[in-house]
Design a protein. Structure first.
Length: 96
C-alpha cells in the first residue's frame, strides 16, 4: 500500500503508532515518484516517541537503528516537491 501527501513536498509527514513500545532495529522509506520527476523523497527525519533520532536518506535500503518506541514520525526533510510519499515504509525488529 502506498502513501502520499497532498502536495506538501518538504512539509509532508506520516505518524505510525505501533500500538505498544517495540524494539526497532531498522527503518526504511522506499520513495514514490511521478513521471515528471516530482514526489521523490530524498531525505527524512525520524522522530521516535517525541525524540528526534536523525535524518537519513530515502531509498529501498534500510537504515539500522537501535531504539524502543511506540510512535514513529517520518518527516520529509528534502524532496523534489509535489505529492511526496512512500511506496513502502519499513519498520523492522532488531536482528540477533
Amino acid at each position: 500500500t502506498e502513501w502520499s501527501s497532498r502536495g506538501d513536498g518538504d512539509d509532508a509527514f506520516i505518524v505510525l503508532d505501533l500500538g505498544a513500545p517495540q524494539a526497532i532495529g531498522a527503518v526504511g522509506w522506499d520513495t514514490r515518484s511521478m513521471a515528471d520527476g516530482t514526489a521523490i523523497t530524498e531525505t527524512l527525519t525520524l522522530t521516535a516517541d517525541g525524540t528526534e533520532i536523525g535524518t537519513f536518506p530515502a531509498g529501498p535500503a534500510t537504515i539500522p537503528v537501535d531504539l524502543t518506541a511506540q510512535v514513529l514520525r517520518f518527516d520529509v526533510a528534502s524532496s523534489t516537491g509535489g505529492n511526496t510519499g512512500a511506496r513502502e515504509i519499513v519498520v523492522r525488529g532488531p536482528t540477533e
